[in-house]
Design a protein. Structure first.
Length: 418
């Protein structure tokens, strides 16, 4: 029995190895179960996640805005707003008092020079004309009679002069013949003066009768019409019957500010556009700068504006009086200039030079001082400090490039050139 018990409590060597493998398996199972439980606990809401190292990202590439200096034309201008006006026109007035009998044209009609426009019935009394003519006939008859008497008086005086030389007449008879001749000559002169005065009156009457027909003073277009049939008109009245204008040429009147007008000179080229014809340009040459401020400007601290005039051909009569115009006067221009966009530069320094950051051949930034010439709203001309094809950094230098002098220079990315 003791041997069985021993056999029961003390296994054989083969049995011992099998019990040891079973223990190892059980230990591994326990460890796996603990890992599953730990994972479930970590996945519960509110449970803090274990910190994980973020993957390293490559730095973002540096981006720079640059512009390239290029050669090309540039035009410097003075801009102004303006209006189109009539260049050549003439007004017609009533030369006699009377009533408008007929108006032979309408507003907008084209007329030729000396074409009949208006007929007027004069208010001059016909009896007055006839009276003046009758008076003229009477004066002419009196003049003929007085001339006959003067001729007779001259003959008597000549005869008395001969008799006196022969002492064959009395002194009082001689003097009487001389006085008679002088009196007859004076009466002839008086009647002649009355006739001349009456002739002038009759001439005025005749001209007045001729002025019943109003002709066109020039060829053109009727742009204003104030006359109408039945209207009573008075000679010399200030209101014109109508206005005739030659629309083959127009005048542009531009309002230029006082700080710009001093740069303008007669003969300068001028161009303009008008809203009625988008994209179309007209041109002319500056004719005159009116030397007094435009009405309502330059008073009580207001900026003064001056009217600048130039003409433009209008053969097709596309332009009309009163149209607005955006005008540019060409102050200076260059056909081959080194150009930069105006936005690329800031304000000048005390010497009038402009600072610029330029990319050199090794694509490094270097500071330059630029001297400028012509400029407009879009471009500037570079006179010195820059060459064609060089790239200029727009805006401030990025902070990453602001390194101590001992630090190695930073190269810009290849895409930086604009």
């Amino acid at each position: 029995m003791m041997d069985d018990q021993v056999n029961l409590t003390t296994p054989a060597p083969g049995h011992r190895s099998r019990h040891h493998g079973l223990a190892v398996v059980l230990s591994l199972a326990i460890l796996l179960s603990a890992g599953v439980v730990l994972a479930q606990v970590l996945q519960q809401p509110g449970a803090p996640a274990p910190a994980a190292a973020a993957p390293a990202r490559p730095p973002a590439p540096l981006k720079f805005d640059t512009v390239t200096a290029q050669r090309g034309p540039i035009v410097q201008t003075v801009d102004a707003a303006g209006k189109l006006q009539l260049y050549k026109y003439a007004d017609t007035y009533a030369q006699i008092s009377g009533q408008v009998k007929e108006v032979l044209v309408a507003l907008g009609d084209s007329v030729k020079a000396n074409q009949l426009l208006v007929e007027i019935t004069p208010t001059l009394q016909p009896t007055k004309v006839e009276s003046n003519r009758a008076q003229m006939a009477r004066l002419q008859a009196e003049l003929a009679d007085q001339r006959g008497q003067m001729d007779f008086a001259e003959l008597q005086f000549k005869r008395q002069t001969q008799l006196k030389a022969q002492n064959a007449t009395r002194e009082d008879t001689f003097e009487s013949s001389r006085m008679s001749m002088s009196s007859a000559s004076a009466r002839v002169d008086s009647i002649s003066a009355q006739i001349r005065q009456l002739e002038a009156t009759l001439k005025i009457d005749e001209e007045s009768r001729q002025h019943t027909q109003v002709p066109a003073p020039i060829g053109g277009t009727v742009v204003a019409l104030n006359a109408r049939a039945g209207q009573v008109v008075i000679a010399g009245q200030p209101v014109a019957l109508m206005r005739i204008a030659d629309l083959s040429k127009m005048t542009v009147a531009a309002r230029v500010a006082e700080n710009d007008v001093t740069r303008l000179r007669p003969g300068m080229a001028a161009t303009f556009t008008t809203p009625g014809y988008p994209g179309q340009h007209w041109s002319g040459k500056l004719r005159q700068v009116v030397p007094v401020p435009a009405e309502g400007t330059g008073e009580q601290g207001k900026q003064a504006f001056y009217i600048v005039l130039f003409e433009v051909n209008n053969a097709e009569q596309a332009l009309m009086s009163g149209m607005s115009a955006q005008v540019q006067f060409v102050v200076a221009q260059s056909a081959d200039a080194l150009l930069l966009p105006a936005r690329a530069l800031g304000a000048p320094d005390a010497d009038g030079l402009y600072s610029a950051n330029v990319l050199d051949a090794q694509r490094r930034i270097s500071a330059r001082k630029l001297k400028l010439g012509l400029r407009n709203a879009q471009q500037v001309q570079v006179l010195s400090g820059l060459s064609a094809g060089e790239h200029v950094l727009v805006g401030p230098v990025p902070a990453v490039l602001l390194q101590p002098a001992a630090a190695p220079a930073v190269l810009l990315p290849a895409r930086a050139a604009g």
